[in-house]
Ligand binder design. Sequence first.
Ligand SMILES: Cc1cc2nc3c(=O)[nH]c(=O)nc-3n(C[C@H](O)[C@H](O)[C@H](O)COP(=O)(O)O)c2cc1C
Length: 159
Amino acid sequence: MSVDQLEFRRVMGHFATGVTVVTSHDGAGKLGGLTANAVASVSLDPPLLLVCIDKKSDSYPLFDASRSFAVNILANQQETLSRRFAKSGGDKFTGVGYRIGVTGCPILTDTIAFLDCRVRYTFEAGDHTIYVGEAVEIAVGSDADPLLYFRGGYRNLSA
Ligand SMILES: Cc1cc2nc3c(=O)[nH]c(=O)nc-3n(C[C@H](O)[C@H](O)[C@H](O)COP(=O)(O)O)c2cc1C
């Protein structure tokens, strides 16, 4: 029995997640990033986490170019930022606060946490590549509630 793509997306949309902006760079000054919720913790020793990146996204080449990425975990008031990074094109960083982390990836301001990572493993998985990174700098930030994503829409903890 084959599974319809839209139905797969709809059903997986019932798995409530946080929302992140995963940033990277090309090693020559070009920054990029995309909104992502296919993010998971993998290992404690060493500290590994994974992100799944669509091969068709504009940001995709950056991950292999720099072999690094930063996961920026968004606060509930950062829905506009999430929408900006969920669209291809334009300079996504104009007017956005950030600093450059130890891997060269942008660390966004006012997030609830970030993990700056160097790529250790990659796995081809259909139309995505799974990048497993080792966290080299991490911190929690604002104590705001998280931005959530559920059934195809943004949510917060109280609604
Ligand atoms: C809530 C949410 C979660 C998303 N999660 C992912 C993800 O895990 N991986 C991915 O490749 N794209 C994900 N996307 C889609 C990308 O954000 C979208 O394709 C974006 O336009 C890519 O930007 P780029 O082409 O500039 O790299 C998600 C979008 C939303 C709204």
